[in-house]
Write a protein that binds this ligand. Structure first.
Ligand code: SF4
Length: 633
């Protein structure tokens, strides 16, 4: 990009929003920016213009802590202007297209195409088409291969970057792992590249590929056999490593203390402190439990200090203590006790979004919720002990009954229970056992709260996810799933119990996109052309578009979602090194099939591989050497 290009970018006019465009929208404030703590930096003075992009609506994206963390880190760099952009809902999209408005950054109101870098967060498979939706609204070429030096660099991170192949055609570089450090390094590489008198996009990609944790898909070619079976990814550039090792921050960096405060209600409208990253429970279905290892706790002192600054800077009256399993923080009681004392004179409520199924968690909930005790949520995940052992959910029925008894006894009226349907080895008996658990919980509730006691049951279809012990397991067959859902409906048909479940059709797409390889890029592209976007939103989901897109490309979602895989099979995410070894995951899968549980690794290290990979990292909770790593059985 030459000086002329730079000047053009610096002079880029702001997008003009009129009342005619904004007022008919369901929530105009999604599109105006200017919220409390939004960072307004000088567009002309900034050397690098970065737009953080969230491929879902504002209400969802604003609730994402990772997004807020990166926004603050990038804006704290003097020469970087970091803006935000969320996917416009269909009403705003229609208005923007009608008025010829391009997608723009909320703070700067500059068209997205005028930014230097667009950084997508990829939280979920069903957001993939929204990346195309946003690039198109920005007027940018969708395919990485069609973009040149005059276009923004398009990068992506988040949990979706751990299985990047379906999006490989659209993204220039993926950042794998904790984003706090690697984002700064990407910006450094970009800055140095930009200062060169002659620069080519290829040089930039080469330099990015040399960064640890950065995957540049253009430097790899997928291989298939004559039957279309995936054989692996071959590096075709000297700067492309065989495997891209994820980034891990040894210590949790300071969290944002001036997050943007929305004017409208959003999904999680509260201040958030990440009290711990990682989880030691070892649930075999859980991708987050693997890709955020090892556990890194924040100290009580730091949590209290961050909480004070957060509340002072936002005025929030609710503080979420975030983690994959908040009750597992070794100082959780002390954290709650200290925060309650610290904010005794302010109307601040605390929330713990992820409780274990035990009486201790109810004690914690009682500590933080002294008055309005409406609903508590537990996740036993499976109905029978046998199946809970398979998935390594170390919860006994007695734990659930004791926890719910403690809850109803303390005045809670509504218990929400999360289960999964279609788990590996699941039988009709396992599903009936959900009904038995639920009825028992309702009976306990009736003893304390009479007819006011309620049990809400939420059942999600199990979707096998990359980098988990169940990555080799096919998605449950459609007729089995239908049968199990019917059994579940029957087993929970009781007054006082409310059942909701996730539509199987989106689970098939989610599983295909999760386990898919690079061929899915064409399918995603075609589905988007046929109108697919906001696939996670039931009212927007267009199964016909997806069916047609798969068919036109000679593929079927079952090719990916229901393909049985073996240890020897090449997996489309094998080149992404999440730190936990494939041998450990396979050994875990074999233990699952034998119904053997593996203890919490706070008690003993099971040698998952994390410690060997990241030299500086000792698993913080362990003094001893790990047990021998798992080997393929
Ligand atoms: S290295 Fe050991 S303690 Fe650390 S996450 Fe893996 S199994 Fe758990």
């Amino acid at each position: 990009m030459g000086n002329v290009e730079r000047r053009r970018r610096a002079e880029a006019p702001q997008v003009q929003l009129s009342a005619e465009i904004l007022l008919p929208q369901a929530k105009p404030a999604r599109y105006t920016g200017g919220e409390w703590n939004a960072r307004q930096k000088d567009w002309r003075a900034a050397e690098i213009h970065l737009a953080l992009a969230y491929p879902d609506i504002y209400d969802v994206g604003m609730s994402n802590l990772g997004f807020q963390i990166l926004y603050e880190i990038a804006n704290d760099i003097p020469d970087v202007l970091c803006d935000r952009v969320y996917a416009p809902w269909v009403d705003m999209e229609e208005a923007m297209r009608r008025h010829g408005l391009p997608l723009y950054g909320l703070e700067s109101r500059r068209p997205l195409a005028e930014f230097d870098i667009i950084g997508f967060q990829l939280p979920y498979e069903l957001n993939m088409t929204n990346v195309l939706h946003m690039l198109d609204l920005a007027g940018l070429p969708l395919l990485s291969a069609q973009r040149d030096e005059g276009h923004p660099l398009v990068i992506a991170g988040g949990s979706g970057a751990y299985h990047p192949e379906p999006m490989a055609d659209f993204i220039d570089a993926f950042a794998i792992g904790d984003g706090e450090e690697v984002l700064v390094e990407i910006l450094d590489v970009y800055r140095a590249w930009r200062r060169r008198p002659h620069r080519f996009r290829l040089q930039l990609l080469e330099e990015l590929a040399r960064l640890e944790g950065v995957y540049v898909p253009a430097f790899y070619r997928p291989r298939y056999d004559s039957k279309g079976r995936y054989l692996g990814l071959q590096p075709v550039h000297p700067d492309a490593p065989e495997r891209v090792c994820r980034r891990v921050v040894e210590r949790l960096p300071l969290a944002p203390v001036r997050p943007v405060v929305p004017y409208i209600s959003i999904v999680h409208d509260r201040a958030m402190v990440e009290i711990q990253r990682g989880c030691t429970q070892g649930c075999r279905f859980c991708q987050a439990g693997i890709i955020y290892r090892p556990v890194r706790e924040r100290s009580v002192e730091e949590i209290c200090r961050l909480a004070q600054e957060l509340i002072d800077h936002t005025g929030y009256e609710e503080l979420g203590l975030l983690s994959l399993s908040s009750a597992d923080h070794s100082q959780i009681v002390e954290i709650i006790r200290r925060l309650k004392a610290q904010f005794a004179d302010r109307p601040l409520s605390l929330s713990l979004p992820s409780l274990r199924v035990d009486s201790f968690s109810v004690e914690l909930a009682n500590m933080i919720q002294e008055r309005r005790r409406s609903g508590l949520t537990f996740a036993p995940e499976a109905g029978s002990q046998r199946l809970r052992d398979v998935i390594n959910k170390k919860v006994r029925a007695e734990d659930l009954f004791q926890a719910t008894e403690a809850a109803f006894q303390s005045g809670w009226l509504r218990i929400k229970l999360y289960f999964m349907i279609g788990l590996p080895t699941e039988t009709v008996e396992d599903v009936r056992a959900i009904g038995e658990l639920v009825r028992e919980v309702l009976d306990i509730g009736r003893r304390y709260a009479g007819r006011r006691a309620q049990v809400a049951v939420s059942a999600a279809t199990f979707v096998p996810k990359p980098h988990t012990p169940f990555q080799w397991v096919p998605l449950v067959a459609e007729d089995t799933l239908a049968e199990h859902i019917a059994v579940l409906q029957d087993a929970t048909r009781v007054k006082g119990v409310h059942l909701s479940w996730h539509a199987p059709i989106t689970s098939l797409l989610e599983a295909a996109l999760a386990r898919g390889d690079r061929r899915l890029g064409q399918v995603i592209h075609r589905a988007w052309q046929l109108g697919a976007k906001f696939d996670a939103w039931e009212e927007q989901f267009r199964p016909a578009a997806w069916e047609q897109a798969f068919a036109e490309n000679g593929l079927h979602p079952d090719d990916f979602a229901r393909r049985p895989l073996d240890y020897a099979d090449a997996l489309p995410w094998d080149h992404i090194d999440a730190g936990v070894t494939k041998a450990f995951l396979w050994a875990e899968y074999q233990r699952a099939l034998r119904g053997e549980i593996l203890s919490d690794c706070r008690e003993v290290c099971h040698g998952c591989g994390i410690r060997g990979r990241f030299h500086l990292l000792a698993c913080p909770l362990l003094a001893e050497e790990p047990a021998a790593e798992g080997k393929p059985a």
